[in-house]
Design a protein around this ligand. Structure first.
Ligand code: COA
Length: 264
C-alpha cells in the first residue's frame, strides 16, 4: 500500500494508475467524517483506465498516522502538504461530505493547483444536529459504547451495504469521528463560495438526509461553471450505495473537461 511522509506523519493512500500510455489527468479523492480511502475503492474501479486515481486516508483515519483535525482549514493546509509531497498539481480534486468541505476551502485558497472539482454529498455549510454531536462526544469520551448509526444511508440500503458502511466506520476512532463532526459543524463558507471559478460537478443522493439536495443546489447556483447530478434511490453514502452511478457521473464530467479544454 503506498504511503508518503507529510511533515513527519505517515499518510496512507490508494492509487490506481491509468492503463493508457497517455493518462488524461490525475484525480484525488478525500473521504468524509470518520471515513477512509477504502470508501472510494469501487468508484475508483469504475473510473479505472483513462485517469491516474488516488484516494487518501486523512491524518488519524484508516491507516494514516496522526490525529484528526478539528477544523476544515487544518485539513485544507494538510492537503496542500500532501499534494506537494507527491508532486501533484493540475489535478481534479474530489471530496465527499467533510472531504467536500475541504475541497471547497482548498479551491478558494489554492485554485492554481487544481483543474476542476467534484463535490459529492456536501455543502457550503455543514451544521450538525446538536444531538448527534453530543452522542458522538460521549462516545469519544468513553461514556457510551460506540454505536454505528445508519442515518447516512437511504432507508432502502441493503444489509450488505450497511454492513460495508459499518466496517469502514469502525476503522476510525470515536475521538477522530467526534473531531470530524466538530469540523463540519464549524464550517460555513456560504458567503465565499462565489470565489470558486473552476469547473465543478455536484453529485447528491435523492434521499440524502445529512446534506440534502438543497445544499448541492446552492453550490450549483453559486459556482458559474458547474453541473449537478442527482442519484435516485441513494442517501448520503453514495460511494457505497451507488458506486456505479457515481463513477458514471464523474466519468462523463471528466470527459466533458477533456473535450472542452486542450490543456488538460
Ligand atoms: N446549503 C444551502 N442551504 C443551507 C446549507 C447549505 N449548506 N446549510 C444550511 N442551509 C439552510 C437551511 O436549509 C436553513 O434554511 P431555511 O431557514 O430556509 O430552513 C438555513 O440555511 C439555516 O440552516 P442551518 O444553518 O443548518 O441551521 P438550523 O438551525 O436551521 O438547522 C440543523 C441546524 C443541525 C438542524 C440542520 O443543519 C440539519 O438538520 N443538518 C443536517 C443533519 C446533519 O447533522 N448533517 C451533518 C452534516 S455533515
Amino acid at each position: 500500500m503506498p504511503e508518503v511522509m507529510v511533515k513527519g506523519t505517515k499518510i496512507h493512500f490508494l492509487e490506481k494508475k491509468a492503463q493508457a500510455p497517455d493518462p488524461k489527468g490525475k484525480v484525488v479523492f478525500i473521504h468524509g467524517s470518520g471515513g477512509n480511502a477504502g470508501l472510494w475503492q469501487r468508484v475508483m474501479d469504475g473510473l479505472a483506465g483513462e485517469y491516474h486515481l488516488l484516494a487518501l486516508d486523512l491524518p488519524g483515519h484508516g491507516r494514516s498516522e496522526g490525529l484528526g483535525m478539528k477544523r476544515v482549514s487544518e485539513y485544507r493546509d494538510f492537503l496542500k502538504d500532501f499534494l506537494n509531497a507527491l508532486g501533484l498539481e493540475r489535478i481534479v480534486l474530489g471530496g465527499h461530505s467533510l472531504g467536500g468541505a475541504v475541497v471547497q476551502d482548498f479551491t478558494i485558497y489554492y485554485p492554481a493547483t487544481l483543474r476542476a472539482i467534484l463535490l459529492i454529498g456536501t455543502g457550503a455549510r455543514l451544521r450538525v444536529l446538536p444531538e448527534a454531536l453530543e452522542v458522538t462526544r460521549q462516545m469519544a469520551e468513553g461514556k457510551i459504547e460506540p454505536r454505528f448509526d445508519p442515518w447516512g444511508f437511504s432507508a432502502k440500503a441493503s444489509p450488505e451495504v450497511l454492513a460495508a458502511g459499518e466496517g469502514e466506520w469502525a476503522k476510525t476512532s470515536p475521538r477522530v469521528r467526534y473531531h470530524d463532526l466538530m469540523a463540519c459543524d464549524q464550517f460555513d463558507i456560504m458567503k465565499e463560495i462565489e470565489k470558486i471559478r473552476l469547473p465543478a460537478l455536484m453529485v447528491c443522493g435523492r434521499e440524502d438526509r445529512l446534506t440534502p439536495i438543497k445544499y448541492s443546489e446552492f453550490l450549483n447556483s453559486k459556482i458559474p461553471d458547474s453541473k449537478m447530478e442527482i442519484i435516485e434511490g441513494a442517501g448520503h453514502m453514495l460511494m457505497l450505495e451507488a458506486p456505479e452511478a457515481l463513477s458514471g457521473a464523474i466519468l462523463s464530467f471528466l470527459r466533458s473537461l477533456d473535450s472542452l479544454r486542450a490543456d488538460y
